[in-house]
Design a protein around this ligand. Structure first.
Ligand code: HEC
Length: 64
């Protein structure tokens, strides 16, 4: 029984490693900290079309 549990655990670890290995080389590092969720969302949603420099460099007043 213990052996079965260990085998299942090892299998799940292997699957997790395979999934992690799928990340593309150029993937931006995941953000950490209190704004991590928003930062990751922007990174995923917005960086698919243009770099985030475009977002960071945008300067406008409230109306803009
Ligand atoms: C479907 C593609 C696409 C996605 C997704 C996208 N953008 Fe853009 N974005 C563009 C294009 C194209 C331009 C250039 C528009 C232009 O120059 O008129 C642009 C320009 C911008 C600009 C500059 C606008 C300006 O007035 O200078 C900002 C800021 C920006 N995007 C922010 C974002 C943010 C924030 C997100 C995510 C919520 C996002 N974009 C997602 C295509 C996209």
């Amino acid at each position: 029984m213990t052996r079965l549990v260990l085998n299942v655990a090892a299998f799940l670890m292997f699957i997790a490693l395979v999934i992690l290995a799928q990340a593309p080389d150029g993937a931006a590092p995941a953000f950490k900290g209190p704004d991590a969720v928003a930062a990751n969302l922007v990174n995923i949603a917005c960086a698919s079309c243009h770099s985030l420099d475009r977002v960071k460099n945008k300067v406008a007043d409230k109306d803009g």
